[in-house]
Design a protein around this ligand. Structure first.
Ligand code: GLA
Length: 373
């Protein structure tokens, strides 16, 4: 009798970026953490098609194992793009039947698309015995995101979902992919508050911001914004129009803030951490112009309620804020902020997620056989 193929479970977490926003698309520095909200995938290998069912979306996606055709909308387009990228990378077109489940909210700025790409790519590599190292996997998933959505996003989300470490932020150079893990305050939790304002990258001004920034880059003479000392800014920005100048000022100062946040975390200077998050949020609001009144209000309320540090997280234009809050007060702070926010924006439905920083998919134990015996 032919043995039943084994069934295996994979999972990939979402992320909250702590600092280093809109720096990855010019190869800069970021400091995200993976959160304990994830997408899981149980698969049984075999055949030459990929068939996935999703609890949340309630629909089935089916496509050839090489990703040569398939959905170009909805969550299925990410599956197709991952399969096609893996085909380009030489994966044997082994199919699978799988079941997706998730406690990671979609459209909340917590990288549900990256988590989906990573979990699908990991499973497809495993069933075809294709060993990809972690950095290669992150690069491939980033290419898949661009292929699926057509937006020039960076590598932060995919890298965080793979490389992050429990209790730590991931300081990543998005150009070289060198990285190190920075311990987070052990007595704090990550308080994520979803504004209830939905945004999709392709329908947002994300691309426009990268183009406005791109118009300023020639003044750097080939350097990355991450290689520029903020002290040089006055001279560099002098000849630029206002909009490109402000976009570049955000990115240069934000790269510097990533290293300052690392220093503050390493020496436990929580006041400085709070100031740096405040400065980062103000820069995203005034110079990069990606915040919205809902996010500005949530950040102000969180600071007022006693968060050690708070700022918007992710691309902006909607989505969530991230705050570091002493664990003992985190739930109360979350409630206070959300009550005040509901009074200010009665049409919005905010959601609180109290999270811990967890290991990325690449640091998790190898998937086990979960077949019934
Ligand atoms: C989105 C993109 C990332 C990054 C952030 C902003 O999450 O997917 O690559 O650019 O926005 O920092």
């Amino acid at each position: 009798m032919t043995p039943m193929p084994t069934e295996r479970r994979f999972s990939a977490p979402g992320r909250a970026n702590l600092i280093g926003e809109h720096t990855d698309h010019t190869g800069g520095l970021v400091l995200p953490a993976a959160i304990d909200r994830a997408i899981s995938l149980e698969v049984r290998p075999g055949g030459d098609t990929i068939t996935l069912r999703s609890d949340g979306a309630g629909e089935e996606v089916r496509l050839p194992a090489d990703g040569s055709e398939g959905p170009d909308r909805g969550w299925g387009r990410y599956v197709r793009a991952v399969a096609a990228e893996l085909d380009d990378a030489g994966r044997r077109p082994v199919g699978l039947v799988g079941h997706l489940s998730s406690d990671l909210p979609q459209g909340a700025g917590l990288s549900s698309s990256a988590a989906l790409e990573v979990v699908v790519a990991t499973a497809l590599c495993a069933v075809a015995d294709l060993p990809l190292d972690h950095l290669e996997l992150a690069r491939l998933c980033r290419r898949a995101e661009r292929r699926a959505v057509g937006v020039p996003s960076g590598i932060m989300d995919q890298a965080a979902s793979i490389l992050a470490r429990a209790g730590h932020g991931l300081l990543l150079d998005c150009h070289t992919l060198e990285h190190r893990h920075v311990p987070l305050p052990p007595d704090h939790l990550l308080l994520l508050i979803d504004s209830g304002v939905r945004r999709e990258l392709e329908a947002s001004p994300y691309r426009a911001r990268t183009e406005e920034l791109g118009a300023a880059l020639p003044v750097l003479g080939g350097r990355r914004p991450a290689d520029v000392d903020p002290e040089e800014l006055d001279g560099l920005l002098a000849g630029l129009d206002d909009v490109p100048a402000r976009r570049l000022r955000h990115v240069v100062t934000e790269n510097a803030r990533v290293l300052e946040v690392e220093a503050a975390l390493r020496c436990g200077d929580l006041d400085r951490l709070g100031e740096l998050f405040d400065d980062g949020h103000a820069s995203l609001r005034d110079d990069f112009e990606v915040t919205i009144p809902e996010l500005d209000t949530l950040v102000a309320f969180a600071r007022g309620a006693g968060a050690t540090a708070a700022r918007m997280t992710g691309a902006g234009f909607g989505g969530s804020i991230v705050a570091l809050v002493p664990s003992a007060r985190a739930a109360v702070v979350g409630e206070e902020v959300v009550d005040a926010y509901r009074r200010r924006f009665p049409d919005r439905t905010p959601t609180v997620h109290l999270c811990r920083a967890v290991d990325g998919a690449g640091r998790r134990p190898p998937p086990v056989d979960i077949s019934e015996t």
